[in-house]
Design a protein around this ligand. Structure first.
Ligand code: T4K
Length: 398
């Protein structure tokens, strides 16, 4: 096949996106019905019946006492930090995460201190984190990246021993677990993202899961302006509520989740089977230490073995209408905002990871057909490495 970057036709007519929302026909039909119900009762937000139902379902699934819906995961983290009394000092976070994890700390006046990753989970390495604890450290905030949960027992123990608070960014880990224990089951609060691109979505939204009654009560107050009853405000608060439209979309998505997971699993299996034949390509293993939702298809490109740098592949794929992503390049520690303030932090494993990672699309109908075509396209890149490198050299800088 002639590659689009070298003058051929794109492999795909319509763009294929990483994070394209997954909405099955059953969900769509049920959602329309539920929206009519919301209009019929004329109750559209503020702790409505769909929000309550969804909270019950999430709590049950994660075997926790409380699941609190919020309007997104970033604000979930912010109100959680506030509820836990974290407003100064430092927090240990992974540099290999979405910028929201670091920014939510910074927003609350807690300085994120970036730590290196461990390869199994691509998340916070307990040993590296331990080495960065100072008298200013207040909290540990790991992220379960791509649904692979971090080493929770070790991190919880580290926090306990060193007198630190802990909360967890479980944005990617809905319907995942670590050897049978889901987020919320390790005695520390965790929060999900239900953004449109996620495995389970309320379009925009998120939830905090916890077994702590006092914390849950404080969070309920914080998310609703500090109200303790009609006309009675007993504390500071903001507005992080979720609408009934969002909650209804979540309720309508729950019945198809198992089927969705199977479909994503099929993509994962097809990618593993096919891409293992490519020199220099390694797929991140998902679900090695517990259940995974398979929302992300994550690869690492070894340029020496494949004959092309990751960024050449990334740009050439775009010409084929494959909108791959480099999650989470360049790493929070190398984002200009943090780099300018803190200077360069040496995180060799994170740098290696973010400089070689590439996420490919999944969640499409006919996963096997799409993966085969993608495999053929990437194989052709390997065969035409020299010409592609010349083409890339001629591109304007990103
Ligand atoms: N912690 C972690 C570890 C996270 O990954 C995130 C969010 C958070 C915390 C914070 O959660 P929230 O506060 O958002 O609840 C996207 C999402 O916006 C973001 O929520 C998500 N992580 C992150 C991994 O992905 P971008 O900057 O990549 O978004 P964008 O607009 O480029 O969309 C991604 C791809 O999805 C595009 O290629 C197009 C496609 N897309 C997107 C939307 C919204 C569609 O096809 N349809 C759509 O409706 O951050």
């Amino acid at each position: 096949m002639e590659l689009a970057a070298l003058g051929g036709k794109p492999a795909f007519i319509a763009p294929l996106y990483v994070g394209s929302p997954i909405v099955e026909s059953e969900t769509r039909a049920l959602f329309h019905k539920l929206i009519d119900q919301a209009f019929d009762r004329n109750y559209l937000t503020n702790d409505g019946p769909f929000a309550r139902k969804l909270e019950e379902e999430i709590a049950q699934r994660h075997r926790v006492k409380h699941a609190l819906l919020v309007c997104n995961a970033t604000l979930a983290q912010q109100i959680l930090l506030r509820a836990m009394g974290l407003h100064d000092g430092e927090a240990l976070v992974s540099a290999n995460t979405f910028i929201a994890t670091a920014h939510a700390c910074e927003w609350q006046g807690v300085k994120p201190v970036f730590c290196d990753l461990e390869w199994d989970s691509l998340g916070l390495d307990p040993d590296d984190a331990a080495g960065r604890i100072t008298e200013k450290t207040r909290a540990i905030i790991p992220t379960h990246l791509f649904g692979n949960m971090v080493d929770m027992p070790r991190l919880v123990e580290l926090a306990r021993k060193r007198g630190l608070k802990m909360l967890v960014d479980a944005a990617h880990a809905f319907d995942c677990d670590l050897n049978g224990t889901p987020p919320g089951g390790f005695g520390v609060p965790e929060f999900f993202s239900f953004h449109a691109t996620k495995y389970f979505s309320t379009m925009e939204g998120g939830a905090i899961v916890t077994d702590d009654d006092a914390l849950a009560s404080e969070l309920k107050s914080l998310r609703n302006f500090g109200f303790a009853g009609v006309d009675r405000v007993t504390g500071m608060g903001t507005n992080t509520k979720i609408s009934e439209v969002s909650a209804a979309f979540g309720v309508a998505s729950l019945p198809v989740l198992e089927k969705r997971r199977e479909m994503l699993r099929e993509s994962y299996d097809a990618y593993r089977e096919q891409f293992s034949k490519l020199p220099g390509w390694r797929m991140q293993e998902l679900g090695k230490r517990g259940r995974n939702n398979y929302r992300y298809s994550v690869f690492f490109v070894d340029a020496g073995k494949f004959g092309l740098e990751r960024d050449v592949v990334y740009q050439a794929l775009r010409r084929e209408n494959v909108i791959a992503r480099r999650y989470f390049y360049p790493g929070c520690h190398r984002m200009p905002y943090y780099l300018e303030q803190r200077g360069r932090v040496c995180l060799p494993r994170t740098d290696q990871c973010v400089d070689s990672v590439i996420c490919l699309p999944n969640g499409m109908a006919d996963p096997r057909g799409v993966v085969s075509k993608l495999f053929e396209t990437v194989s052709s890149m390997h065969e035409n490495a020299g010409r592609l490198r010349d083409w890339f050299r001629g591109l304007p800088p990103e």
